[in-house]
Design a protein around this ligand. Structure first.
Ligand code: GLU
Length: 304
């Protein structure tokens, strides 16, 4: 396959959608990103790279970070997480509190905020400095020592994070956050503030396409079963309350973030990332989703 040619076609297919949707405005740092930014990158398990548009420009990965914190938590603690977090789509918005009351503080899955906070608690509990360790983990995945947390974004997340605080304290009230709530939130706000480009993110996620082995360093990040499970969760829970629709239309494990990025995995083949800031009402980037649809239609690469 000529990946560059394919991405150029995919890019052209999605360009007409660029004016649609709204940029996330809950923090200034996201509201200020030029809305017409659009990049796509893919990295194959053989190490081939293709990129088009603003694929080298760092953006706020936001909820896509939940994939990596989950990977670290599974690596740290194996199946222990599943005593404290479910694996079902929530059918509610990503930051909803309502199910937690009925379900005794056990979040539906690790990709809604409640689940990501439990994951962050697990990481924080086992480590002296989980924030530094997560950054190191990401730097290793990307092979870039300069990868950074955007402290301005992290500070804004903290300043506007009333709902995440409410979630964390509520979960704590059920005993499902064991550590200090402030430490858990600090880790969560920072992971959301990781600044990465499409190229970096695709490379970082390549182990998910390669049965858990980072194809660049040959390091085993996860075992094949853990890797399959993350992909399964991405397919069923990775794109907010549109995961069913995305599975229907795209048919790839995918995780999106309110920064406008979408990461998708073609198992045993490649990781692909698209980024454009305008979001649809569910919170998925309009142009990035259009790119994923076009990619699958043109390449025939899907898990189904
Ligand atoms: N920082 C956002 C929050 O925690 C992340 C939202 C997202 O990308 O889904 O609400």
């Amino acid at each position: 396959m000529n990946w560059s040619q394919l991405l150029n076609q995919v890019y052209a297919d999605a360009i007409p959608t660029l004016g649609r949707g709204e940029v996330a405005t809950y923090i200034p740092a996201l509201a200020e990103v030029p809305a017409n930014r659009f990049g796509i990158a893919l990295v194959t398990v053989e190490g081939d790279l293709a990129a088009v548009g603003h694929a080298h420009e760092p953006f706020s990965i936001q909820s896509i970070s939940k994939v990596f914190s989950l990977a670290m938590a599974l690596r740290d603690g194996g199946d222990a997480l599943w005593q404290r977090c479910g694996r079902e789509p929530s059918g509610n918005s990503f930051n909803s509190l309502v199910q937690l009351e009925r379900e005794h503080g056990i979040p539906r899955n690790p990709f809604i905020n409640a689940g990501a906070l439990v994951v962050a608690d697990l990481l924080a509990k086992r480590r002296i400095n989980a924030r530094a360790d997560l950054l190191k983990f990401m730097r290793n995945r990307v092979g870039n020592e300069r990868l950074y947390y955007d402290e301005r974004v992290a500070a804004s997340e903290a300043a506007t994070g009333a709902r995440n605080r409410a979630l964390a304290w509520f979960i704590k009230s059920f005993g499902n956050i064991e550590g200090k709530v402030d430490e858990v939130l600090d880790l969560y706000f920072h992971q959301c503030a990781l600044a990465m480009s499409c190229v970096e993110l695709a490379r970082a996620a390549c182990f998910l396409a390669n049965e858990g082995i980072d194809p660049f360093t040959q390091e085993r990040v996860l075992n094949p079963l853990q890797t399959r499970r993350i992909n399964a969760l991405m397919l069923t829970c990775g794109t907010y309350d549109a995961a069913g629709e995305v599975a229907f239309q795209v048919g790839l494990p995918a995780k999106s973030g309110v920064g406008g990025g979408i990461l998708a995995i073609v198992p045993r083949k490649l990781a692909i990332v698209a980024w454009s800031p305008r979001l649809d009402p569910q919170g998925n980037s309009v142009a990035s989703l259009a790119a994923m649809r076009s990619f699958v239609e043109r390449s025939g690469l899907t898990v189904f």
